[in-house]
Design a protein around this ligand. Structure first.
Ligand code: NAG
Length: 203
């Protein structure tokens, strides 16, 4: 029974695939790679351990988690699946204004887990780019990067963001995509962060 449930869930997981593909394509110079978003809000979801097998069966090597989730991250221990973990939007202001908060976040949700293949920390989760939290994204990226660097993980874990698709021109394929000019005030500090940290944009 558990198994058929997992299979039934796969299409809804896969429907998020395109967005994730776009996201990853931004950060790699060797072509897009496939990842699947693992949403943990909902009823009657498969357990985290049950989630891993469709990833392996379908040769999906990347997972995105929308927020820290102890059980989901623990289920990845010892697997080769690369994890993109998002910083929760409600933590952005605190993390942007307080290096110690960024350090705590990285300690609690990343360093704690040995043997998990963290690859990206996405700062914020598809937040409103003209809303009140938008100005905190750039500074929060800086502080998360500082925390990652202090932990000696800068070569392993890249700091990035997950954008809400509304800021894109939406002209696929991803290689032809560009941002709408309206969102330049939101993107400028983020792009300047990425430019100053060239290591962040190379897979
Ligand atoms: C984003 O924030 C702006 C400013 O607060 C607001 O006017 C707009 O409706 C918000 N957009 C969405 C999609 O929530």
């Amino acid at each position: 029974m558990a198994k058929s449930h997992v299979v039934a869930k796969v299409p809804s997981i896969v429907s998020n695939l395109l967005l994730f593909g776009i996201l990853i394509a931004t950060f790699t110079t060797t072509g897009a790679q496939i990842g699947v978003c693992y949403g943990t809000l909902g009823k009657n979801l498969p357990t985290p351990r049950e989630i891993i097998s469709p990833y392996n069966q379908n040769d999906v090597k990347r997972m995105r988690l929308y927020c820290p989730n102890n059980d989901a991250v623990k289920a990845l221990r010892g697997s080769n699946i690369e994890l993109m973990l998002c910083v929760e939007n409600e933590r952005l202001q605190d993390i942007a204004s307080n290096q110690a908060s960024a350090d705590d976040w990285v300690q609690k949700y990343v360093i704690t887990y040995g043997n998990v293949n963290f690859k990206y920390i996405a700062v914020g989760n598809e937040l409103n780019a003209t809303g009140p939290l938008a100005p905190f994204v750039g500074p929060a990226m800086e502080n998360i990067q500082n925390a990652i660097s202090k932990a000696g993980l800068a070569n392993k874990i890249k700091v990035s963001i997950a954008v809400y698709p509304i800021i894109l021109q939406e002209c696929p394929p991803p290689s032809k995509e560009s941002f709408k000019l309206d969102y330049q005030p939101f993107l400028d500090p983020i792009i300047s962060f990425l430019v100053r940290k060239p290591i962040s944009v190379v897979s």
